[in-house]
Each structure stands twice: as structure tokens, then as C-alpha cells.
Design a protein around this ligand. Sequence first.
Ligand SMILES: NC(=O)c1ccc[n+]([C@@H]2O[C@H](COP(=O)([O-])OP(=O)(O)OC[C@H]3O[C@@H](n4cnc5c(N)ncnc54)[C@H](O)[C@@H]3O)[C@@H](O)[C@H]2O)c1
Length: 344
Amino acid sequence: MKKINISIVGTGLMGLQHIKAISKSKKANLHSIVDISENAKKLSNKYKIPLYSNVSSLLKANQLDAVIVATPNKLHEKHTISFLKKKIPVLLEKPISHNIKSAKKIIISSKKNKTPLLIGYHRRHNAIVSKVKTIIRSGKLGNIVSANVLCWFYKHMEYFKESWRTTRGGGPLGINLVHDIDMICYLLGSVTYVQAFTTNKTRKYKVEDTATVNLIFESGALCTLNISDTIVAPWSYELTAGENPAYPVTDQSAYLIGGTNGSIQFPNLRYWYYKKERSWWNKILITKDKNKKDDDTLVNQIDHFSDVVFKKVKPKVNGNDGLISLKIFAAIKKSAKTGRRIRV
Ligand SMILES: NC(=O)c1ccc[n+]([C@@H]2O[C@H](COP(=O)([O-])OP(=O)(O)OC[C@H]3O[C@@H](n4cnc5c(N)ncnc54)[C@H](O)[C@@H]3O)[C@@H](O)[C@H]2O)c1
């Protein structure tokens, strides 16, 4: 099987995960890395791959088929467009960019250069998420009425040594909740209204440490997302999906989705329903899924990216999907500031 040669720009926390995923993929080779850090030199030696100190020098290299951009959000536009202009497909880490204007420029460049752009909302490549999507689509849960998403974890002090994580856009809404926003939109459809509260009371950085967000979907369904990076708890997708070995996995769930005929919780996949009459006075039944947790989500994403590069499929998460979650993110910030509900 022909493999694609991928370079990674930005080999910090996320870039390293991509290096590991590429080494497991049967559809991709690691071509090189681009970074300005001391640590990148160590990675270059460890994985025996060329290191470039900037994108221009990489662009002069041969046999480059595709690139992953995993630099800080403010550099996404500059780095991504420089590849799209050369017709090199990009897997761009989420969020698509640090603001809507910049995100639109990236999308326009992808269209203008007829070059695919895949946004790194990797959860959509998780087998359990695909199963949940199929169950919702099948109508098994009836009409979806409401959803409850918990995103509670405790980030250690070392994490905040990177100063961009304590300033605007570097908080848990932009880093973590955007994943949950993308996922809940993927599962439940378009959002029409957003209302949110945020606080930085515990960590006292310039960004939020905790937020509650309410969404109204076009379908009429409601959803509450509750996030904090300063709560010791097991209930977040990160700590329950088992996708990333950096997070020791718990046997809990983070998502509850409720319909008129049944409810589903996941990643610890369970389906709740009544056999006879639907009544809180009858015993509610449960079906547990026997599937193992999917720990290959990032590899699945790389494999999908390879299929995108070979033009076998369209990106599962395109620039517009990235823009939608960014618009919801902007509406969350506006609502938290003004106290109003915001139309998306
Ligand atoms: N998909 C996910 O689950 C996930 C998780 C974490 C981070 N991310 C995203 O990945 C991106 C990076 O986040 P991170 O946590 O890995 O950050 P990080 O700070 O750990 O890594 C960023 C890397 O970019 C490098 N860099 C900075 N400027 C550069 C430049 N001009 N040229 C080349 N390299 C440069 C830095 O040296 C560093 O190694 C962000 O967009 C973030 O939102 C995604």
C-alpha cells in the first residue's frame, strides 16, 4: 500500500501524539518535523527524521504529500495557508484558528487552491462515537429532548508554564470544550442559541477555569455543557474515552443523551429504556455495550487523512465544521460577557 509522507509543524504536546499515531498507521510515513524548540532536536534524533526550523525550508524539501499543523492557535492561519497555497493538504489542529475572520481566510484558501483541509476534531474518528451517531440516527432513542455533557478535570501546574494557556483563547473553553461542541453538533445537529456563564475564581488567570453553557438546537433539543479545569473528577471525555494514554482512563461516562424512547450514555456505552409502557413507575432496563474502548482514534484520523490526500473520501471534519464550533465558542464568550442569550 502506498503511504503518504507527512510532516508535522509544531511538535509540542499534540504534535508528539501525531508522531506516535503516524508510527502506528499503515497509511502514512513521518517525513519530517518543523519546530523551533530544543525538545524538537531530541525528537528529530529519537525518530531519525529531518528537523526544519521554519515552514519555508520544509517547503523546499522533496516528497512531501501532506502536513499536520499543531502550532499555537494564533499561528494556524499563517502556517496553514502557506501549505494550501502550494496545494499541500493540511490536517489542522483544532480550533481552526483564534478568531472567525482568520478561520474564514483559511477556508477560502482551501477552496481557492482546491486543496483539502481536515480539522483535528479527532473524536469523530472514534468507533464508539460512530456507534452513538448510528443509534441516534436510527431513531432508537425517539426524539432527542436534551443532553448533558460533563467536562471536569484537574490540570496540573506544569501545564500552565506555557504562558499562552493562561491568556485569551488558551483556557478550557478553547482548548477542551471546542471538542465537545464539535461532537454534540455532530450528534445533534445545528445550534441556534447559546447562553453561558464563566468564572476564573479559582485559578485567577486571565482566562476562565470553569464555565456552564446551554445550547438550543434547531431540532428543539436542549443541552448543558459543564466544564472546569480545576475540579478533581473523572467525568470528562478525556478521562473516559481511553483515546490518549496521557489520560489514565476511568470506567465512567461524560455524555448523557436523552430521548422520548430511551437514553444513551458514553463513552462507557449504555442504553436505557423500558420494555413495556414508558413510565418512571416501571423498571428501567439497561443494555451495556461489549465493545472495547477505541484507543486508536488518532491513528484512525491519520488513516482518514491519507484517504483524503488520495482523494478517496472528503474530509470528515471540514473547515466549515471548524468555523461552526468557533462561532459557538464566540457566542459563548459574548453571552458570558453580556449575560444575554446569543443567536449563532
Ligand atoms: N486535538 C487535541 O485533542 C488537542 C490537544 C491539545 C492541543 N491541541 C491543539 O494543538 C495545537 C498545539 O497545542 P499544544 O498543546 O501541542 O501546544 P504546545 O505549546 O505543547 O506545542 C506547540 C509547539 O509549536 C511550536 N512552535 C511555536 N511556534 C512555532 C513556529 N513558528 N514554527 C514551528 N513551531 C512552532 C512550539 O515550539 C511547540 O513545540 C493547538 O492548536 C491546540 O489547540 C489539540
